[in-house]
Design a protein around this ligand. Sequence first.
Ligand SMILES: NC(=O)C1=CN([C@@H]2O[C@H](COP(=O)(O)OP(=O)(O)OC[C@H]3O[C@@H](n4cnc5c(N)ncnc54)[C@H](O)[C@@H]3O)[C@@H](O)[C@H]2O)C=CC1
Ligand SMILES: O=C(O)[C@@H](O)C(=O)[C@H](O)[C@@H](O)CO
Length: 319
Amino acid sequence: MARVAVIGAGTMGHALALVFALGGHRVRLTDSNPETLAKAQGLMETALATLVEGGEAPKDWTSGHLAQAVTRHESLEEAVDGAELIVEAIIEVPEAKRALYERLDACAPPDAAIASNTSHLDVFPLIPAARQRRAMIAHWYTPPYLVDLVDMIPGPQCEPAAFEQVFGMLKAMGKQPLGLKKFVPGYVANRIQAAIGLEVQHLLDEGVATAPEIDAAIIHGLALRLPILGYYAKADFTGLPLMQAVGRNKSYTPPEPRGSSPVLDRLVAEGRTGVLAGAGYYDWPDDPAKLFEARDRRLIALKQAMREIGTMAGLERDA
Ligand SMILES: NC(=O)C1=CN([C@@H]2O[C@H](COP(=O)(O)OP(=O)(O)OC[C@H]3O[C@@H](n4cnc5c(N)ncnc54)[C@H](O)[C@@H]3O)[C@@H](O)[C@H]2O)C=CC1
Ligand SMILES: O=C(O)[C@@H](O)C(=O)[C@H](O)[C@@H](O)CO
């Protein structure tokens, strides 16, 4: 059992607090916004209930267990007191992260490891020198209590033992940490997701298809094969000479990254910021907690089916 502090109780932070609690650790959760910190309890309890009901968390885990495993603290100093691992899950704003790391340098235990959940940022230059020896990225995917991949990148001065300790902790929690030798913005899966994002935003912005049509193309065209074949096993079934021809013919040229999407900017300007706002690319009229629950139930069913089905690709291929 380790003492883990999670900084940031938003979309990822509340879920990460639950992941580490279910992993048998003692968690302290904090957020600079007291309202978000207060809401985190209900979000964790809803997610826990869905996991228990779906057989992805021990049957005897109640909100009482959760309350013992995860405590919420408005004070950053209190949250990191005694922490062996500090998970940073605050907003993806470099200056906000830099300021937080400065504060952590002043108040966190000297030997605490700091693991950032940043999606794409090279956070290491933002971390004070004294903290570099135990600084790393541990990037999770939402929801982290169901998606097992964790991109793990040691900071340039991170001690191997510190990195291995956190890596081993995540493995012991049943997660799939993927260690990368060096920082690459977006790691592997996030880069692929960003490339998809560039393409689908282009298709939407250019009026080629609507968001539901593009999602339908992904769901009915690509999604079925991905869990079984990934990219490379699928290429083997396609035939590599055709893969060569597609490249040789320069059949695909990616859209120029523009750094913004007119449709996305319009949606945000209209307050359509996603599920928590009741609308984004889609309308989401139901209570957000019910929507997260509905998402998680489906992900649990799919994850359990995949355990039965197995895969023909990846590090655990059983072909
Ligand atoms: N949302 C997602 O699906 C994923 C996000 N990430 C990354 O995780 C990090 C957090 O993302 P989200 O949870 O989506 O953001 P969020 O906006 O939902 O939550 C971030 C929280 O950080 C808090 N915060 C800001 N400054 C703080 C400070 N100095 N001290 C304490 N709390 C502070 C905010 O009040 C907010 O509640 C970002 O780096 C993001 O790139 C990574 C994987 C997935
Ligand atoms: O998809 C995820 O959960 C992660 O890859 C993320 O970091 C965020 O979603 C972000 O990259 C936006 O796609």
